[in-house]
Design a protein around this ligand. Structure first.
Ligand SMILES: Nc1nc2c(ncn2[C@@H]2O[C@H](COP(=O)(O)OP(=O)(O)OP(=O)(O)O)[C@@H](O)[C@H]2O)c(=O)[nH]1
Ligand SMILES: [Mg+2]
Length: 446
């Protein structure tokens, strides 16, 4: 996500680093490069224009602080303007005063409505709500089956309808009644999609809106379609009135143009982004954190939230202590690897880190799931004593471990080397920048 833009903007800042002060000339060059970078990221041209003007007037105005170097000044200004463009603060879902709150999920065909309904139901139930899903896509029997399967996998309830209930409004009305009767506080209505916006679709959606008075009409769009997603969001907003956008498939979108433009063009906030096919691949959208990430300043807060969700706190505190006191054994190493897997793809975790120092080198690290499985198998084949003290693992023991885990002696050697290196690295982390930041919060890095 945003990788190219991020690289290009950082190059602009780097070029400014040699300059003694901000002048009309070097600002002109920087602004031109920022403009090109944004256009190449497929940001809407009107939005780019607005943003550049904002940066220019700030950089040339009185707001410039002389305590900062030119490149720091520009980073600060670009960050502020970028955050403003993205919507300033997180836009939370709204709930109605009288439950159930109805949320309509709308969008074009294949944009990810059904998948997102499931993800959102999961997110809601993890955040203190009791959702009920209903599919009103009566045109394809497979569409309702799809949501049924999603609900079953998540072990969350769905309103299935009774025989004879064939109209979207009937299904939606009954679902709302069922939610009220069973104490469910949110109804998620997964609607049908069409290839293009047409009158029939809009009429149906308007009828549903009229009947349900939804607190949220969330427009789901495929981020990979770039400015087309922005355009259709604008059209839906004009014809139906939406309250927010969810962009899906951000995991496949290297440029990020839709995410960067949609707020400014439609005036409606981006509330969530979908970053994968699995049900947990949904993140609330935080403009300031995303701006930091784009500018290479990292997104420590999102990282910590992810880590907190996946990691057992008590165990984390204990791990932290062991790291600092260098008591980190192979058994701990194995447990950490297992936890690491729960955090999701390592690459996406690393992309949240500030791109400085050692983290910059780690950015290109690729983690092989199979490799983790193999390492775990090797450690499983050790005796508790070996796990406790790797120093006793001599040649004979290495051969036995390799045999037991179905690997080779080289694999075992390599693991032991990795482990000693990891120990060293973690020791330096726990004393360094991240240690200070994360250590206070009693969280392990790995
Ligand atoms: N990689 C990735 N794939 C996604 C994401 N969200 C949805 N998809 C995939 O997109 C495809 C379409 O998703 P659906 O949820 O069926 O889309 P829909 O809008 O309900 O489609 P219709 O009901 O036919 O209009 C599926 O293959 C999903 O797995 C995402 O965030 N990342
Ligand atoms: Mg669907």
């Amino acid at each position: 996500m945003f990788d190219n833009l991020s690289d290009k903007l950082q190059r602009v800042f780097k070029n400014l680093r040699g300059e003694g002060r901000l002048s009309a000339e070097n600002m002109e060059t920087a602004l031109r490069e920022i403009r090109v970078a944004l256009l190449e990221a497929d940001v809407n041209f009107r939005v780019v224009k607005q943003l550049i003007e904002g940066i220019k007037s700030k950089a040339m105005g009185e707001e410039v602080l002389s305590a900062l170097s030119p490149s720091q000044q520009v980073v600060k200004i670009v960050k502020e303007e970028l955050t403003k463009m993205l919507g300033s603060h997180e836009s939370k879902l709204r709930y109605s005063n009288e439950p159930p709150s109805v949320m309509m999920i709308v969008g074009l065909q294949g944009s990810g409505k059904t998948t997102t309904s499931g993800k959102l139901a999961r997110w809601l139930s993890k955040n203190g709500h009791a959702p009920l899903m209903v599919s009103v896509d009566v045109y394809r029997p497979a569409a309702r089956d799809q949501l049924r399967i999603v609900a079953r996998d998540l072990k969350l309830p769905i309103y299935e309808g009774v025989p004879g209930e064939t109209q979207p409004v009937d299904l939606a009305r009954s679902a709302r009644r069922e939610a009220a009767n069973s104490g469910r506080d949110v109804v998620l209505v997964d609607t049908a999609g069409r290839l293009h916006i047409d009158d029939a679709l809009m009429t149906e959606l308007r009828q549903l809106k009229e009947l349900l008075s939804p607190v949220e009409i969330l427009f789901v769009a495929d981020a990979m379609t770039g400015q087309d997603a922005v355009q259709s969001a604008e059209d839906f907003h004009k014809q139906l009135g939406i309250t927010g956008v969810i962009l899906t498939k951000m995991d496949g979108d290297a440029r990020g143009g839709a995410a960067l433009s949609i707020r400014s063009v439609t005036g409606q906030p981006l509330k969530f982004v979908g970053i994968g096919e699995k049900s947990d691949a949904l993140e609330p959208f935080h403009p300031d954190r995303v701006a930091s990430r784009i500018l290479g300043m990292g997104d420590i807060l999102s990282f910590i939230e992810k880590a907190e969700e996946a990691i057992d706190r008590k165990q984390a505190v204990e791990m932290q202590r062991k790291l600092i006191e260098n008591e980190f054994t192979l058994e701990d190493f194995r447990d950490q690897l297992k936890q690491l897997r729960k955090l999701g793809p390592l690459e996406s975790m690393l992309s949240m880190m500030p791109q400085v120092g050692v983290m910059k080198d780690l950015k290109n690290v690729k983690v092989d799931e199979k490799e983790i499985t193999r390492v775990v198998a090797i450690i499983d084949s050790m005796t508790p004593r070996e796990r406790d003290n790797h120093m006793i693992i001599n040649g004979t023991r290495r051969r036995r471990i390799a045999k037991g885990s179905g690997t080779s002696v080289q694999d075992v050697n390599q693991l032991l080397k990795q482990y000693t290196q990891a120990r060293k690295m973690m020791k330096s982390f726990s004393g360094g920048f991240l240690g200070k930041k994360l250590g206070k919060m009693k969280l392990p890095l790995f």
